[in-house]
Every structure is written in structure tokens, then in C-alpha cells.
Design a protein around this ligand. Structure first.
Ligand code: GSH
Length: 210
């Protein structure tokens, strides 16, 4: 049995979607980051960077396995099940490239844009401009890739899951907040609609129930 520590955010939902896609048994434990529950000592023992998501797998290889950071969790679950990440070769490298892009650049920049443009009480034009430009650039990179490929790395993979939850949360709010900044993205829209239609994605996007 796997316990998923999560909240109602794009990073949390990457893992609930992956658990639903792979058919693994799990229970979701909400960690309310609005109430600072991510700083509780029990949670820090699993996720020392005080961020969701994290998992505990009672049936890890030879031991109880804890995993934090979405890229590590998605890779762990893919390798555990043999799904959504090729075992070796060029197709695996392609998934790893787009997963790294998603985790290290795309998601953090969209998160910073959301903070400075929407949530910060003090408006900082330099920061809003910087993250608006960078978010538009990253969405353009995604659009260009999806104009050449059905999914980010050949078949539907953990790279798509990682990238989808942020597109679902940010693309349309970004367009509304920054009219004219981003050219039309028909290929992202096509890809989002295909992923949104997957039953496992629909279930994963409803986790955690709060
Ligand atoms: N690099 C991390 C980012 C995780 C992350 O930013 N989680 C946010 C919610 S989406 C969080 O727990 N924030 C709580 C905090 O910063 O105190 C990952 O990919 O797992």
C-alpha cells in the first residue's frame, strides 16, 4: 500500500494522476499547506524540503520506501510498475529530457508567475514582467514540441503528466491576465483535451478530496 501526502495543487496532482494511471493501491493524506501542515515534524521526516507531494510505499524493494520531489516519485512509480517510462534507450532519454524541462524550468516559472501576478499583495512590475516573459516563452516551447509530436516524448508518459497539471492550472489564467502576450496554442489545447479525457486523469485531478 502507498500513502500519498498531497494537496490540491498541480504538483500534488501529478502523483495522484500517476497512481490512478498505474492502478496502484493508495490512500491520499491531505497536507494543508495553507495551514503550514507541511512543517509538521512527521511530514518533514518524509519530505525534508517541507513540500508536497511525497509518498511512503510499504512494499518498496526490500524495505519501506519514502520518496519526495515529483520527478523522483514519478520515476519511482514508473519503474515499480513498468509503465509510462521506457526501461532504456532513446525513448527513455526523451522522457527524461521533457521531465527535467518540466520540473526544473517550466513548473517553477509558472509558479513564480502565479505568485507575482496573482497572489502577492505588493505588485512588483520587474518580477511580473520577468515571469510573464518566461512563462510565454515556455508555453511557446511546449506549443512547438506538440506541433511535432502527439505527446512530449512519443507515447503518453510521466513527462506529459508532469507538464499537464501546470498547463491545466495556468494556461488560461495566463492568457486572461496577459492579453496578446502569447500567440495561439492550438497544439497545447489539443494535447490538454486528450489528457483531460483520460479517466485516470479525471480521478487523479479530484485528489485529495477536501
Ligand atoms: N520541486 C518540488 C516542488 C513541490 C512544491 O512546490 N510543492 C508546493 C505545493 S505545489 C508546496 O508544498 N509548497 C509548500 C511550501 O512551499 O511551504 C516537486 O516537484 O515536488
Amino acid at each position: 500500500m502507498i500513502t500519498l501526502y498531497t494537496w490540491t495543487t498541480p504538483n500534488g496532482r501529478k502523483v495522484s494522476i500517476m497512481l490512478e494511471e498505474t492502478g496502484l493501491s493508495y490512500v491520499a493524506k491531505p497536507v494543508n499547506i495553507g495551514r503550514d501542515e507541511q512543517f509538521a515534524p512527521d511530514f518533514l521526516a518524509i519530505s525534508p524540503n517541507n513540500k508536497i507531494p511525497a509518498i511512503v510505499d510499504e512494499d518498496g524493494v526490500d524495505r519501506r520506501q519514502t520518496v519526495f520531489e515529483t520527478s523522483a516519485i514519478l520515476t519511482y512509480l514508473a519503474e515499480k510498475t513498468g509503465q509510462l517510462l521506457p526501461a532504456h534507450g532513446p525513448r527513455r532519454i526523451e522522457v527524461q529530457e521533457w521531465l527535467a524541462w518540466s520540473i526544473s524550468g517550466y513548473a517553477p516559472m509558472l509558479g513564480q508567475w502565479n505568485y507575482f501576478a496573482n497572489r502577492a499583495k505588493e505588485k512588483t512590475p520587474a518580477a511580473i514582467n520577468r515571469f510573464t516573459t518566461e512563462a510565454a516563452r515556455l508555453f511557446s516551447v511546449l506549443e512547438a514540441r506538440l506541433s511535432q509530436a502527439t505527446y512530449l516524448a512519443h507515447d503518453f508518459s510521466i513527462a506529459d503528466i508532469s507538464t499537464y497539471t501546470w498547463a491545466a492550472a495556468v494556461l488560461h489564467p495566463f492568457r486572461d491576465a496577459s492579453p496578446g502576450v502569447l500567440a495561439p496554442t492550438p497544439h497545447i489545447e489539443r494535447w490538454m483535451a486528450e489528457i483531460a479525457a483520460r479517466p485516470a486523469v479525471q480521478r487523479g485531478m479530484r485528489v485529495p478530496e477536501v
